[in-house]
Design a protein around this ligand. Sequence first.
Ligand code: MG
Length: 432
Amino acid sequence: MTAVKLEAGSATDVGLVRSNNQDKLLVAEPLYAVADGMGGAAAGEVASAIAVQTLGEQLAYKGGLLSPDDLVEAAQAANRAVWEKAVEHAEMRGMGTTLVAATVVDGPRLAVVNVGDSRLYAMRHGSFQQVTVDHNLVAEMVAEGRISKEEGEIHPRRNIMTRALGVEPEVKVDIFMEDVDPGDRFLLCSDGLSRELSDERISAILRRLADPSEAAKELVHEAKRHGGNDNITVIVLDVVPDPAALADPVTTSHQAVAEVPPPQSSEPHLATAPPAAAPPPASHQRQRRPSPINLRVAAFLLAFLAILAAGAVGVWYYARSAYFVGLNGDSLTVYQGRPGGVLWFKPTLDHVSKVTTAQVLQASLPELRAGVEEPTVAAADDFISNLAKLYQLSRSAALPPSTIPPSTTTTGSVPPTIGPSSSTTASPPTSS
Ligand code: MG
């Protein structure tokens, strides 16, 4: 398990048509959120601000790593806060907001909650995909197969939300759990981005710009260039290794919590990570995460054992992947392995041929005693056969046997008219 953290870059813009920015974002390591408010006058702005502020307040009091349940409960608390505000103020009736929020939880994994049609995308291993599911009428019609995705993108009712934060006293919150590895990149955004730019255009920008802040600014710039018909808000999150967590998990957890916005603020506003908030008891955090020192020792031992195992397999393969022809008494014999063996891997007898030392040139005997390596059993048999053929040829040609050099690997080069070797499979008395 690699300890990871998120590095964020963010940008928000009113766009080119709207007079005020009803989007709000929260960048408060380890918590990130985008809310897109809706409602008359300034109500939408209030709804999104209450949502992100309540979310930050709820989670500021949690110790160590947050849990998925923490995130869901905080989203539901944000829903109640917006709902209650609307009940108290008649001019704000009907206001609501989207909310998409993400944090790293134990695993490590990314927990994502979503209500509405703000989105979280994941870019990793060469793919770029929307993780969250939009809560609007057209998205549901597409999901049900009633219309195509392309038809949905131009559908006149695509603005109709089916779920939002703050319009009912209770809300169902979707949660998604995503694996995180260093190099992964996530994007949270309001629909002011996703309605202006195609997924392909968004992913191209995310791939081109490595710095998350530059990528966030470019996405907003590009959405405005394509019309800027709505407020545009993006948070780009890069998953990076977290050496600090390995060195001192307790301190890191304190820092992470301390960067969540403080619970008190007189007026809802754009929350962008002011400091403070009391750290939770250290004993509580230690229960949350296994000691990284132990993890490092375990990782080292695992790596060491893996290297040993790989080495043993390599030696075994080298030792056993060849055959050789040697002598077993007077018989030419095929062994599996290397002559003399390799470390503790000794050769084993494969089979004894019917050819004896009396049926081969005497000049061949020294190399047979040393062992003649061949890649396969068939090649070894051919070698024995060729030695026997050479001997017979030398006799028929009346050549002095000692003048003819031994064959080595002349597999298949001898005319087939001369009798083949006849090998038999012997009982394998192995040496070990
Ligand atoms: Mg919007």
